[in-house]
Design a protein around this ligand. Sequence first.
Ligand SMILES: Nc1nc2c(ncn2[C@@H]2O[C@H](COP(=O)(O)OP(=O)(O)OP(=O)(O)O)[C@@H](O)[C@H]2O)c(=O)[nH]1
Ligand SMILES: [Mg+2]
Length: 303
Amino acid sequence: MLIDLAKSGDRRALGRLVSRVEDDTDEGREALSIVYPSGGAAWVTGITGAPGAGKSTLVDGLVGFAADQGNVAVVAVDPSSPFSGGAVLGDRIRMQRHTDDPRIYIRSMANRGHLGGLADSTPRVVALLDGLGFSEVLIETVGVGQAEIDVASSADTVIVVVNPGWGDSIQAAKAGLLEIGDVFVVNKADRPDVDETVTELFRMLDAGPERAWRPPIVPTVATEGTGLDDLWTAILYHRRHLTETGDLQSRRRERASREIEAAVRAGLRRRASLDSGGVDLLNRVAAREIDPWSAAGALINAL
Ligand SMILES: Nc1nc2c(ncn2[C@@H]2O[C@H](COP(=O)(O)OP(=O)(O)OP(=O)(O)O)[C@@H](O)[C@H]2O)c(=O)[nH]1
Ligand SMILES: [Mg+2]
């Protein structure tokens, strides 16, 4: 069976299984229902930040640390190209040096127009990888610069990557990234103004709501591997904080709740789509016989 093959390390079987979950096929859903009870042991780390901030290069470096803890899966969400309809292949190529390592599985997925930095299938794929026994899952979000908030509910630890210089931390603040970061990285620390950026970030974080966890800020030069050991240490500290305070359970409970809601919405959308019997209602709304909200109510009631 595909699941057993995937568990035994067959990468092609794993790839096919992930595709089925990504496409939300019946087999994909069945696989999830089988492996879900064995999940919960994976640590999920999300890496987000503006386009070109160095997310992929950082992930590439973190994989080495993560692989010391067990099998690692990397999920890199790429913007769908409006021209090809597929993912931009940059990430996959960049992380090629890991592709021969049996402990490491790297998967690119296109966001398929989904906003929020992830693909709508990302949480399902992460749950699959967790259930199949990967102990570390790293998610790289699309670098949209705005509204990458999805990852906050999909990861145990969220890493927000900024670069030195004024604009970037302001941009991060505007994008709502200050609230969701558990660890901040000032990458490209080989450039000027690193200390100013760190100070500015601390200032902005301290001006925000008080939190039990004060996010550390780690300067890195991802291309040279500098600071990655400090970053990994910060991640491990955050995990300990999550475990000790019980926040881990509440975060994961919240994650499950969002996923249930998202699945209900998707299911309703499929069943209540206008082509499945709603055209008549649409015509009546267009003729202003009824309003759109009453039409929606009628569609839902008809399910
Ligand atoms: N000078 C310098 N360049 C870096 C550093 N880290 C990454 N880069 C370069 O910055 C560019 C973008 O790096 P990526 O890792 O692709 O950035 P990304 O955030 O994954 O980009 P997107 O996925 O396209 O949003 C590449 O040319 C990297 O080589 C660094 O620490 N210093
Ligand atoms: Mg990238």
